[in-house]
Design a protein around this ligand. Structure first.
Ligand SMILES: [Zn+2]
Length: 121
């Protein structure tokens, strides 16, 4: 995400309209902080709430270590990153040493590679 318009600023704190470099989705940023670290690290890493990509075009993925029960996730298979009709929201019900099991639409858990999942915003 990048800044489109600064809406207010007080000392280093600012609010802004930010825009996604990939899908042009706009969001209001209420937690801006005007320093080098924020502009070069925090904002480029921020993901769009529509396409889930950061500035580099990457979608942060879950791992077994960062997955936990009852986590609300979005299934974004790697072959369908740009086809939102293939995305599906679910809830992690459990995991083993390879897969996490995700309930989609209340169905029993389906084994999913955690790297096909991201945290639902
Ligand atoms: Zn986007």
């Amino acid at each position: 995400m990048k800044i489109k318009t600064i809406l207010s600023q007080y000392r280093n704190d600012f609010t802004a309209t930010i825009i996604c470099e990939h899908c042009n989705h706009e969001e209001k940023l209420t937690t801006g902080y005007d320093d080098n670290y924020y502009h070069t690290t925090v904002l480029p890493a921020r993901t769009c709430s529509k396409c889930y990509k950061n500035r580099a075009g990457d979608i942060p993925r879950l791992t077994l270590e960062t997955s936990y029960e009852k986590q609300i996730v979005l299934y974004i298979p790697r072959h369908a990153v740009d086809d939102m009709s293939k995305w599906e929201q679910g809830v992690i019900s459990s995991k083993n040493d390879t897969y996490v099991f995700v309930r989609f639409n209340g169905n029993p858990g389906v084994a999913v590679d955690p790297s096909d999942l991201t945290i639902k915003q």
